[in-house]
Design a binder for this molecule. Structure first.
Ligand SMILES: [Zn+2]
Ligand SMILES: [Zn+2]
Length: 460
């Protein structure tokens, strides 16, 4: 792929800053989304509110398509010849009780998949992603005489469950929008408010979630000799799994294998007949992922054999996400535009060990992509924590009940979206000579695909 300037006059930042579009609504719209978060796949009111906001654009000629793969929505502005650039905003909340003191804190609750009522919160900042994309649309609409091409705003549900992007793609996204030449996304993170971070290469990990059932033989708790105790088996499996990263993975490579859930037994006087553990595994490197999954299977099977279990353990792959591996071609276009727009606040992004399903969309079209991040922590709070060497203790990360973006970062993420999109609209994107691999870095085995039941997973 090669990228050349297409001769538009004016830099992305100068064009964006020349806009006189009214953005006074940004904060109110953001606060509304923040107040009414909804769980993955149940974002009915959020989608309705986005559609209400989109009415303004529809009246100005944008094509709006709702209900793609559930509550997914696209809005397309065809503005003459030129590249097609897609930007995605995810819009689901989390089952977290908000613990902040702002007057727009969420008091919302919803029934989860098991029918329990749980509090909901935008603890990952997706409310800011929606609002920023709406704001960028307003800017790009306002300066449409200064660029040409096609801009697609994509609003995606169910990111936290890692199924939203897949659902939109498999529900025929490609029939609804033109093929993008490049896809963009942003995510808010803990960091000094208003800093914008970008980098080429792997910036977010792949994620593999595995549920393992270990079978033993139940017995009276007083007669362990009559049992094959799955609790003891689970304990030794968990300890032995710790040696994969420490003993089998090269010290300079990144891998995480976390046993995040253990379930066995209901009574103090009964040795149960099975135990269940759930693993969350993160990697940047696909070959290493495959090697570690093989090691996990080997360790679990060998421990079951050592315990004398007469039934093989069962492996269920409940979540699979590829790594977010930013294209250097897109980075080379967007980064200089960010440097001009944000000066010393445009910084190198450090790889983030969370995972994202955004890349499913560009991978489905075989096009390059970039995800960047924007800091949202009040600067004073950050400085104080940094000076006291207490960043871990005092700065709430995404998914924490106290995670609350500083409102000063909202115009920044909005401007970043507009500048990022415009920089890509000004570039020329050629069809790759060799098509990029579709569906990306993680290619699950047939066995894994058979076992995938993503409905229950949450891997962000
Ligand atoms: Zn999240
Ligand atoms: Zn998120």
């Amino acid at each position: 792929m090669s990228v050349t300037a297409s001769g538009h006059s004016g830099s992305p930042a100068s064009i964006v800053d020349s806009s006189t579009a009214d953005l006074s609504w940004l904060e109110d719209v953001y606060k509304h989304f923040h107040q009414y978060p909804e769980l993955s796949g149940a974002e009915e009111q959020t989608a309705a509110h986005i559609r209400q906001q989109l009415q303004f654009y529809q009246d100005k000629g944008w094509e709006v398509t709702p209900n793609i793969g559930g509550y997914g929505i696209t809005a397309v502005l065809r503005n003459g010849d030129g590249p097609t650039v897609l930007m995605r905003a995810d819009f689901d909340g989390l089952p977290v009780a908000e613990h902040t003191d702002v007057d727009y804190a969420s008091k919302n609750s919803q029934l989860n998949a098991s029918g329990e009522r749980v509090p909901t919160m935008h603890a990952c900042g997706h409310d800011q992603h929606i609002t920023s994309l709406l704001g960028a649309m307003r800017i790009l609409d306002d300066v449409r005489d200064k660029w040409s091409g096609t801009f697609i705003a994509l609003f995606q549900p169910a990111e936290e469950a890692s199924i939203g992007a897949h659902r939109m793609v498999s529900d025929g996204l490609a029939n609804v929008i033109p093929r993008p030449d490049v896809c963009l996304a942003q995510h808010v993170i803990a960091g000094p408010a208003g800093q914008v971070y970008s980098a080429p290469g792997p910036v977010m990990t792949s994620s593999t979630t595995i549920e393992i059932t270990l079978f033993g033989r139940g017995a009276h708790a007083s007669m362990p000799d009559r049992s094959i105790d799955p609790v003891v088996l689970a304990a030794s499996v968990i300890m032995k799994l710790q040696t994969i990263v420490s003993r089998e993975v090269p010290p300079n490579k990144f891998a995480v294998i976390t046993v995040a859930s253990v379930e066995a037994g209901k009574a103090n006087n009964v040795i149960p007949d099975s135990a269940k553990i759930a693993l969350s595994c993160r990697f940047y490197d696909e070959a290493l992922r495959k090697k570690c999954v093989d090691s996990i299977k080997r360790v679990v099977r060998a421990e079951a054999m050592a315990a004398g279990a007469d039934r093989d353990p069962q492996f269920k792959f409940v979540g699979m996400l590829g790594a977010t591996d930013n294209s250097s071609e897109v980075y080379d276009v967007v980064r200089p535009a960010f440097d001009e727009a944000f000066g010393e606040d445009s910084l190198r992004m450090e790889p983030w060990t969370a995972s994202e399903d955004f890349s499913v969309i560009p991978k489905s079209f075989g096009c390059p992509y970039l995800l960047w991040t924007v800091g949202i922590t009040p600067r004073k709070q950050w400085k104080r924590a940094e000076a006291a060497n207490r960043l871990n203790e005092d700065i709430p990360t995404n998914h924490n009940p106290s995670f609350l973006p500083d409102l000063s970062s909202l115009p920044v993420s909005t401007r970043a979206a507009a500048v990022g999109v415009l920089s890509c609209l000004q570039a020329t994107w050629e069809e790759p000579a060799e098509p990029l691999p579709r569906m990306g870095a993680v290619s699950p085995t047939d066995e894994e695909i058979d076992a995938v039941s993503v409905e229950t997973s949450s891997v962000d």
